[in-house]
Design a protein around this ligand. Structure first.
Ligand code: CNA
Length: 286
């Protein structure tokens, strides 16, 4: 079937488009799991690729293990390193969703999307039009931030700390500042999930019902190296067909592996499906 595809025609190691298109045509309850790879074409680097953020972080801060910057213990000892870096991962208002984000929104508008589990913190799935009800932000988001002072725990909107985060400064809680003698105030930590923190309850709650209902699993742009999200695909094996779309092979037992850039794979799949209606996948802010 590859020869029958419209351009772009990427070079995939496995070409099972007709099979995947067939599954998509019949599917009514697709579960999608995405990682940083779906936002790379938007100009947001992933973590673990050769030009990923981990390499720049390791160089800039001289860390042997760049994951340290996202460890909660490290953050509690010294949040300044995280905030020096945070502007690079904070969602920027000018960034547009990728064709893959729009494809996920298209699955929703074609009433085929049961749920999108996203490990990303850039908010681009929402900007593409995937509803909050259909989305599970497994690693939280920058939409809100919480005061780390145990006595306070005040929650604020992410926009209220955005200027400080953009400037590389540690945002402090105004409420704590008013009550403290030394004017310091608790650190306002964006509500993204650090290593050592629990995932939001919504992940387990949604999985409980979605595993029963799903009829297809699509995994896009993730190295599947971060637990416990890396364990999600295995929960669906055997119940539903599973498809990996990624630049490289990752650990797992997928029924189909489409290797290449996810935007190219999506374009080829849409061509195979005959989904040419661009209005089905419009940006919400268009
Ligand atoms: P990762 O470990 O960096 O892996 C990314 C994967 O995507 C790799 O296997 C790449 O080969 C693959 N990839 C890169 N570009 C493409 C592409 N264009 N098409 C297809 N595949 C591609 O990132 P994960 O998401 O697996 O790791 C989980 C972390 C990364 C989560 O906690 C995220 O919060 C965190 N992260 C998020 C963002 C974001 O929100 N955009 C950016 C960077 C990191």
């Amino acid at each position: 079937p590859q020869s029958a595809l419209s351009p772009p025609a990427p070079s995939f190691r496995v070409s099972h488009f007709a099979d995947v298109a067939h599954l998509l045509r019949r599917a009514k309850n697709v579960v999608a799991l995405v990682g940083a790879g779906v936002s790379v074409s938007c100009g947001i680097p992933d973590f673990r690729s050769a030009h990923g953020l981990y390499h720049s972080v390791a160089e800039r801060f001289g860390l042997s293990d760049p994951q340290q910057i996202f460890c909660i213990d490290h953050f509690e000892d010294d949040p300044s390193m995280f905030f020096e870096f945070a502007s690079q991962i904070m969602p920027q208002p000018h960034v547009r969703p990728s064709p893959t984000h729009r494809f996920l929104a298209e699955l929703q508008s074609r009433r085929r999307l049961l749920r999108l589990y996203s490990q990303n913190i850039d908010g681009l799935e929402k900007r593409a039009g995937v509803s909050e009800q259909r989305t599970v932000l497994c690693h939280g988001s920058f939409l809100t931030a919480t005061c780390t002072s145990r006595a306070c725990k005040r929650r604020v909107k992410g926009t209220s700390i955005a200027p400080q985060v953009a400037a590389g400064l540690v945002p402090r809680c105004i409420k704590c500042q008013k009550n403290s003698d030394d004017d310091s105030g608790g650190v306002l930590k964006p509500d993204i999930v650090f290593f050592g923190e629990k995932l939001p309850n919504r992940v387990a709650d949604c999985l409980e019902t979605d595993i029963e209902k799903a009829d297809l699993l699509l995994v896009f742009g993730t190295s599947l190296q971060v637990a416990p999200v890396s364990k999600i695909p295995a929960m669906f094996y055997g119940h539903v067909p599973s498809v990996l779309v990624n630049r490289e092979l990752v650990a797992g037992h997928f029924d189909v592996e489409l290797l290449g850039d996810c935007d190219d794979v999506v374009a080829a799949l849409r061509a195979e499906l005959g989904w040419h209606d661009r209005s089905a996948a419009r940006y919400v802010d268009d």
